[in-house]
Design a protein around this ligand. Structure first.
Ligand code: FAD
Length: 292
């Protein structure tokens, strides 16, 4: 199919892009990498009256350290972010996760901010944003505001972004030195969206877990933060039994639905299994033989 007719505006500044969205009266859409939006247009699942192309806005593709935060501009592409030595050192969970986003061609165009704005529950970047308590900087007609990731995602493909707002920057707290990260993802084929994916970042002092961050993609209408599992881990020593307990807490927190890709019960079981694997890989232990 071909997209329905739309007008096209190439914005030269964030203010111009916001003005074009305001003028569209809620029926415009931002075009970033186009890797999610263009297929939706082609299938006529999205019919915006105007596409507001932000790709030529100068100064939106930055990746930089600002105090204790890593700032990623709206036009930073997945591949650039995952290859950035700064990102690898400051928030290693993000590049570990972005490796699983589609294929190289998709990662060369798609943006981390676009993925977060799109809010696909199976996507990697929104889950990392939840796990690491990212802040989303948004510009709109009323000015600029910052939204915590915990308040940003509102269900399937739904966020706190207003129809005339643009996500201009993703800010992620720099992780403590020595954070151990793991991503365990189940997909039918390499490059497909995840059926289930688990993202973990742990900091240890000896064998005591001092900080734990865990998120799951693919099981809930929005990325799931594994707070109950984190509570099981933080302040405790790493044992196979504790990993199994944390994995059970993750399974219990999922609320998957049956769909054409997998049964709900399968996704729930896989969330627990992948959590066991991710945590065991992070701390270099085995849960084989531990009671489920
Ligand atoms: C074959 C294929 C496989 C894929 N596999 C995966 C995968 O495994 N994991 C994964 O996470 N993604 C996957 N994707 C999607 C890809 O990662 C997209 O890049 C990403 O979801 C959206 O980023 P984008 O910059 O392309 O956004 P666009 O497609 O341009 O926009 C997506 C949506 O977000 C809005 N938007 C974009 N940027 C902003 C902004 N700055 N402010 C406000 N709104 C904005 C748009 O209006 C639109 O509604 C895949 C895509 C394809 C085609």
């Amino acid at each position: 199919m071909k997209p329905a007719a739309f007008d096209y505006v190439r914005a030269d500044s964030v203010a111009e892009a916001v003005a074009a969205l305001v003028a569209s009266d809620g029926s415009g859409k931002v075009l970033a990498g186009g890797q999610s939006l263009v297929p939706l247009l082609s299938m006529r699942l999205a019919r915006p009256s105007v596409l507001v192309d932000i790709n030529k806005i100068p100064g939106l593709d930055h990746i930089r350290r600002e105090g204790d935060m890593l700032a990623i501009g709206a036009l930073a592409r997945h591949e650039t972010v995952l290859r950035s030595p700064l990102v690898q050192q400051a928030v290693p969970l993000l590049p570990a996760a972005l490796r699983y986003v589609g294929h190289r061609a998709i990662r060369n165009r798609g943006t981390v901010a676009g993925s977060i704005a799109h809010a696909d529950p199976a996507a990697e970047a929104p889950a990392v944003a939840r796990a690491l308590d990212a802040e989303l900087v948004v510009s709109g007609p009323a000015g600029t505001r910052t939204i915590a990731a915990a308040d940003f995602f509102g269900g399937y493909l739904t966020t706190a972004l207003g129809p005339d707002e643009i996500l201009t920057e993703v800010r992620i707290p720099i992780q403590p030195p020595g954070a151990q990260v793991a991503v365990c993802e189940l997909a039918r084929r390499s490059g497909d969206f995840a059926l289930v994916a688990v993202f973990t970042a742990l900091t240890l002092d000896g064998d005591v877990i001092t900080s734990a961050r865990l998120a799951v993609a693919g099981t809930n209408p929005e990325p799931l933060r594994g707070t109950a599992a984190e509570a099981v881990l933080i302040g405790n020593t790493v044992t196979a039994a504790r990993i199994v307990e944390a994995a059970a807490a993750v399974s219990a927190a999922t609320s998957p639905a049956d769909d054409i890709h997998a049964a709900a019960s399968y996704r729930r079981r896989m969330a627990g299994l992948l959590t066991r694997r991710a945590l065991a890989a992070t701390v270099g232990t085995s849960t084989k033989g531990a009671a489920a």
